[in-house]
Design a protein around this ligand. Structure first.
Ligand code: ZN
Length: 161
């Protein structure tokens, strides 16, 4: 799942970063971009860069609206109904705040606004690759799929040679 998440996220980021959007809008200075405002239930008013909003507006990201962050936990805790959509936006916001703080306090690191934005991309996309039932999928389905693939590979090689 981690590989799938990373692949999905990195593919989406590369697509967006190298798409004509950047060139059409001549985004040179990240800090000067007009950000969009979101009302986050935990963090209040937050601002996100237009490129992050481009990701949020994709069908792949919008799909997260229909996935509960805590699965069946809401059957025990009725208020625990937030989705992966709002979770991911909150994670992107917090990741950005952490990196901005490091950038300010450790200026010798040379962290740029682009670095902050890239970390926010990664944070925003970190849950896009989850399979059905999320971590249950990681713990039960993927190991079994790998085991079956290994058996199939051995059989295929046996037939070939
Ligand atoms: Zn997450």
């Amino acid at each position: 799942n981690k590989h799938l998440s990373f692949f999905s996220a990195s593919f989406l980021c590369k697509y967006l970063l190298f798409s004509s959007f950047l060139y059409d809008n001549d985004v040179k200075d990240v800090s000067l971009c007009s950000c969009q405002i979101f009302k986050d239930p935990i963090h209040g008013t937050i601002e996100l860069h237009p490129l992050l909003v481009k990701i949020i507006d994709t069908p792949q990201f919008q799909r997260l609206r229909n996935i509960k962050q805590l699965g069946a936990v809401s059957y025990v805790y009725p208020g625990a109904t937030h989705s992966r959509f709002e979770h991911s936006i909150g994670v992107a916001y917090l990741a950005g705040e952490i990196l901005k703080s490091i950038k300010e306090k450790q200026q010798d690191l040379g962290i740029t606004d682009w670095d902050v934005l890239c970390v926010q991309f990664a944070a925003l996309c970190h849950d896009l690759g989850h399979g059905p039932f999320s971590h249950m999928f990681d713990l039960m389905f993927i190991p079994e799929a790998r085991r079956l693939k290994a058996i199939k590979t051995v059989k295929d090689n046996y037939i070939l040679y």
